[in-house]
Design a protein around this ligand. Sequence first.
Ligand code: HEC
Length: 142
Amino acid sequence: MNRTLYILFWSLITTSALAEEVDKRQTLTITETQRGHVLEEMRALLAGTQSILDALSRDDMAAVAQHAGVLGMGMAHKAEDHLKGALPKEFMQLGMSVHQDFDQIAADAESVKDPKHTLRQLGDSTGKCVACHATYQIRTTR
Ligand code: HEC
């Protein structure tokens, strides 16, 4: 590649990288405490997903069921108390459907006991994590 092309190539890459740095996702404005609760729940979702994958790699379907159960609707009801009315309906619904997925993953891990089936369910469900993260960002009131 000659020098001019090389410079053009890199300036194109840097420009598009910079353009993407502006966060244009929909803003959710909540209090610092509410943000704390949301992010704590998020970290629990990631940690739980990691535990499920770890259990799957050992074909330990009982452990899969246990870890998935923790991320189910029981977890959602706890979070709901802190966030009542603070977040848009679409956001809450997407969040709830993820918790329902984990209850289903737990139930199927106990009855179907097929790691491949669990992986498919996890793939679908983590698609919702990706979709929500692509749509929203959190800002605090102060
Ligand atoms: C209904 C929307 C929604 C769903 C579904 C969702 N998240 Fe999040 N998550 C968010 C938002 C909003 C943030 C904050 C993003 C920001 O402000 O930049 C976040 C942040 C996070 C963080 C960062 C936590 C921190 O301490 O900074 C992790 C990790 C995370 N999510 C994991 C997950 C995982 C794993 C799933 C799926 C199993 C998931 N999330 C599903 C909305 C969602």
